[in-house]
Design a protein around this ligand. Structure first.
Ligand SMILES: Nc1ncnc2c1ncn2[C@@H]1O[C@H](COS(=O)(=O)NC(=O)[C@@H](N)CS)[C@@H](O)[C@H]1O
Length: 438
């Protein structure tokens, strides 16, 4: 992509309303713009990151056998009246009426909707287990939306739902999701620690929040420092071996980690230097809640003994749009964002030090074509502005690599290759730079 043809409204100044780094940087890097409180437009650069995160989440859900579907954002109130949550949910629920004066709502979550889909078409235990997910916008009328997309009112969530015949099977679904979450966050380049958590308005008796440690996080958390070294990539675990999977999950959870609601300082198994007390960002939350929705909504199946039984359910959420901010919180420096490779909007920024100089322009066009033909996502800064502005913008938007082409380098047959994370700059031939980036 050529920057002269790309809508990237970077800002030099820090917007006054931004209180944390990720909010400041997302505005300055031209990634989002607020439409109204807690509601954001995703501009081209930000949208590319959002889609990359979404795709990694999707791949890891698919890898554990979860079926992707898409439910509406608008739901009829009746479903929530059946489950009893219509009144309980409170002011966070955006309630609307249609032209026929029917009560509707903008879904804050989809337990009722997915249970309605299930109960219409699943009647026998032979059709179980079912594991489905979608990636859809939610609305929660937060009383104080803040920190940009971190606590928005309209936000993108992956929410999955499991349906099983008994607790053991439901526990297996829970463990599959637990593993999928560990793999997902590892691929995103962050350590999201699973912590015992409250179940809140979603309900149930078993729940873990996946938390990225960050001093600007909204959650107060406590965990064993062993978590910092723990490998959560979950490779080689046999999904279909219930015992092996349970052992891996329990083996992972052997070290203490709890949110403030669950932490009991007097009974914590660790203390002193072994205990990390800090703040964190909740990027995922999984729940087992049994028949909380299937019973009141009549989602039952004919069991092996010929009796109707309400199915056992769980739900599993990841804050896809929140993750854009969370990844920036976890990976930025004084010059801007430092994207993990897996979600960078482009892999390399190509900087022309002297736009308008025939030799430089030709060399950049050649480099641009070669990078593109090598399948490398490149953002070419071909604007006719001073070099300092190009360097500042490229550092700000945080692409993993920069290739700088200027008259001096060309005379020596070299380009400057910069690694954004380390700041290391080397003068190499373009071919050597291409090899290092590939
Ligand atoms: N206001 C918000 N802004 C951005 N992300 C949010 C917001 N509220 C929740 N999230 C994200 O959405 C994830 C799931 O939300 S949740 O309430 O914990 N869980 C559910 O809604 C369940 N139905 C999971 S399917 C959270 O872990 C968080 O990462």
């Amino acid at each position: 992509m050529r920057l002269s043809q790309f809508f990237l409204p970077t800002l030099k100044e820090t917007p006054s309303e931004a209180q944390i780094a990720s909010h400041r940087l997302m505005l300055r890097a031209g990634m989002v713009r607020q439409l109204t409180a807690g509601i954001y437009s995703w501009l081209p650069l930000g949208y590319r990151v959002l889609k990359k995160i979404e795709q990694i989440v999707r791949e890891e859900q698919d890898a554990v056998g979860c079926n992707e579907l898409l439910m509406p954002t608008i739901q009829p109130a009746e479903l929530w009246q059946e489950s009893g949550r219509y009144d309980d949910y409170g002011l966070e629920m955006l309630r609307i009426t249609d032209r026929h004066d029917r009560k509707m709502l903008f879904g804050p979550t989809n337990e009722e909707a997915i249970t309605d889909i299930f109960r219409k078409d699943v009647r026998s235990y032979k059709q179980l287990p079912q594991l489905m997910y979608h990636i859809q916008w939610k609305f929660r009328d937060e009383i104080r939306p803040r920190f940009g997309v971190m606590r928005g009112r309209e936000f993108l969530m992956k929410d999955a739902y499991s349906f099983d015949i008994d607790y053991e099977s439901s526990r297996h679904a829970y463990n599959k999701m637990f593993l999928a979450y560990c793999r997902t966050f590892t691929r995103l380049g962050v350590k999201a620690i699973p912590m015992v958590a409250d179940t809140g308005p979603i309900g149930g008796d078993l729940s873990h929040e996946f938390i990225i440690l960050a001093d600007t996080g909204e959650s107060e958390v406590f965990c064993d420092k062993k978590w910092l070294e723990k490998d959560l990539s979950g490779q080689g675990v046999d999904l279909n071996d219930r015992t092996a999977l349970e052992n891996w999950v329990q083996g992972t959870l052997v070290d203490y980690a709890a949110t403030e609601e669950k932490h009991d300082a007097d009974n914590s198994p660790i203390s002193g230097d072994d205990l990390i007390a800090t703040r964190g960002i909740e990027v995922g939350h999984i729940f087992h809640f049994g028949t909380k929705y299937s019973a009141p909504m009549g989602a039952t199946v004919l069991g092996p003994d010929g009796k109707e039984v309400p199915v056992m359910m769980g739900s599993y959420g990841i804050g896809v749009s929140r993750l854009v901010g969370a990844l920036i919180e976890a990976s930025h420096d004084e010059n801007g964002i430092v994207w993990p490779d897996a979600v960078a909007p482009y892999k390399v920024g190509l900087i022309n030090l002297r736009t308008g100089d025939d030799e430089c322009d030709a060399a950049c066009e050649d480099a641009y074509a070669k990078l593109h033909n090598a399948g490398i996502e490149v953002l070419y800064d071909d604007r006719d502005i001073r070099a300092g502005g190009k360097f500042a913008d490229m550092d700000l938007i945080g692409l993993p690599w920069q290739i700088v082409i200027g008259p001096k380098g060309l005379k020596n047959g070299v380009v400057e290759l910069k690694n954004r994370r380390t700041g290391e700059k080397t003068e190499v031939t373009f071919e050597a730079a291409l090899n290092q980036i590939s």
